[in-house]
Design a protein around this ligand. Structure first.
Ligand code: GLU
Length: 537
């Protein structure tokens, strides 16, 4: 489905123009502004949804603004359609940004590749004040430095050679059009410890580990670090909440703020998410993509709740049981002081528990409502499972609503797609002749008559309620001189092909009177045909 998305065209907003005309520092004001800044180098996964969620929670619990900014300066790694997918995933999760590419806002454009003019202007400022310089070193030279360091067992880092070029040398290179990048001067005496909102004091003198970093690449586009700092400042971001993998970059970012004379936002880093066995999550792992969870049929609410169990931000209940929390509750109860500093482990069992609790609550809140999305997910799964049946059969919403109400009420499923597991085949399919043949063991009985009795009773009963059904079936068993249990087994096989399963009366109720009657008739026909075959043998 085409996304009706309006990407705002290249437009430097009034706000930002004003900055270049007047301000040298940005007044962030008092109100909280946070951003989710994904790179469109892939689709959303658990880690990126978690970052979006915590930014959203932080913004909303502080009456602030949640911004979506697309960081696409590394054009070589862009994945087609990723921006649209990110926006759609946020929509699905109901984490709608207050400003962003599809809605605009006063600080746009919100896609970095549309902001190149801003970066060039900011870069000039750093070159002029001596905080950045042009570097003409070739790839070949950089490679040699790297190999040399490795050979000596040292950390490879740029030797800052071009810092020391004379004005004349620079002029010559400019005249000869020698390609260059721009580097930022890292000085160890300038280093910037900071207080992480989650992890507390953090102090790494980055100049000890890195040479001067590139902030503008040879293609004229800024690197992540530079564009990220410039945009956070220009967009008035007050708090940066991002994955822990970026914590090491924060001292570098703080030095950039200092070089510009800007006051930095506050930074908080969110703990890593790991697999249940403690190994690192990899974006290539299919089962961490949000589409995987969507396709499995987890509701966005349950997935978000699950993410909060991985990241913290809440006081633990004494019994550690999982509570249902609406988004309103999550916002109200959220506190950054309660964020966890331990890596969260993806525990699929826990997700199933959360999903079950959420599904139950959602059905309680609105028992008859089956959303189009639910129908879509279920249809997709049934189509994949029964390709010959489902392309032509449209699912009946009322039938699905009844099934869901029963399955959730009886705690039979954790998520909607569980309804496509083998034990629930009978919900969607009439049993096969082979399955009905299982009744062969009861051939000393007059099966056709018994099934016909059942048909008549079900057809003629005034209501189709559990008690009436139970009573009528007991009467049939008594009249035919067989045990109720045996009769139930005959009916179960006739309705579902299953020897074991939910109680027969429950099964009849879920299938409804019409389907029950059709299946009883069909079973009788199958048994009748088999009788003839057997007689011929
Ligand atoms: N573009 C970076 C990412 O995709 C954003 C990091 C940050 O939030 O500063 O993770």
């Amino acid at each position: 489905m085409a996304l009706s998305m309006k990407i705002f065209s290249l437009r430097i907003s009034r706000q930002i123009r004003r900055y270049f005309n007047t301000a040298s520092t940005c007044d962030n004001g008092k109100s909280v502004r946070v951003r989710f800044a994904p790179s469109p180098t892939g689709y959303m996964h658990l880690g990126s949804l978690r970052t979006a969620l915590y930014n959203y929670l932080f913004a909303k619990s502080n009456g602030g603004v949640f911004v979506l900014r697309i960081e696409d300066t590394d054009q070589t790694r862009i994945v087609d359609g990723a921006i649209e997918k990110i926006i759609k995933t946020l929509q699905w999760a109901k984490l709608e940004p207050d400003e962003g590419p599809s809605i605009g806002g006063d600080y746009g454009p919100y896609i970095q590749s549309q902001r190149t003019e801003l970066y060039t202007n900011c870069l000039d400022k750093l070159i002029k004040n001596g905080a950045a310089y042009r570097c003409y070193c070739t790839k070949f030279r950089l490679n040699l430095i790297r190999k040399d360091a490795i050979r000596r067992g040292e950390i490879p880092k740029y030797d800052n050679k071009c810092r020391h070029l004379t004005d004349r040398e620079i002029q010559e290179k400019t005249d000869e059009n020698v390609p260059y990048v721009v580097r930022f001067k890292l000085n160890s005496e300038d280093h910037e410890p900071f207080t992480d909102l989650v992890y507390g004091h953090y102090d790494v003198n980055i100049a000890n580990y890195e040479g001067d970093p590139v902030i503008m690449k040879a293609d004229g586009l800024p690197t992540y670090h530079f564009a990220n700092v410039v945009d956070d400042h220009l967009m008035g971001i007050t708090h940066v909440l991002r994955g822990q993998e970026w914590q090491i970059s924060t001292p570098k970012h703080l030095l950039l703020y200092k070089a510009f004379g800007w006051s930095p936002p506050e930074f908080g880093h969110l703990p890593l998410i790991m697999n249940s066995d403690g190994t690192k999550l990899s974006k290539r792992q299919g089962d961490i993509q949000i589409s995987y969870y969507q396709n499995k049929g987890y509701s966005p609410e349950s997935l978000l709740k699950f993410l909060t169990l991985l990241g913290g931000g809440y006081t633990q209940t004494d019994d550690h049981s999982i509570e249902y929390d609406s988004m309103k509750d999550l916002i109200k109860k959220f506190s950054i002081e309660n964020m966890s500093t331990h890596p969260g482990h993806v525990d699929n069992e826990k997700l199933e528990q959360v999903s079950k609790i959420y599904l139950k609550r959602e059905m309680q809140d609105d028992p008859v409502q089956v959303t189009d999305q639910t129908m879509e997910i279920l249809t997709k799964h049934l189509q994949a499972k029964y390709p010959s049946k489902f392309p032509s059969t449209e699912l009946d919403k009322e039938y699905v609503a009844g099934i869901l109400q029963w399955a959730v009420g009886e705690s039979r499923i954790n998520k909607i797609t569980d309804l496509t597991e083998p034990q629930w085949d009978f919900l969607w399919n009439t049993p096969s002749q082979t399955q009905i043949q299982e009744l062969r063991g009861n051939y000393d009985l007059d099966l056709c008559d018994i099934l016909r009795d059942c048909y008549t009773a079900v057809n003629e009963m005034s209501d189709f309620q559990e008690n009436t059904l139970k009573n009528s079936l007991s009467v049939i068993a008594k009249n035919r001189g067989i045990k109720v249990k045996l009769l139930m087994n005959i009916i179960r096989v006739s309705l579902s092909g299953l020897q074991v399963g939910p109680p027969v009366v429950e099964m009849m109720k879920i299938l409804g009177r019409t389907v029950t009657l059709n299946r009883l008739k069909y079973a009788e026909e199958c048994v009748n045909n088999l009788d003839h075959v057997d007689l011929k043998m």
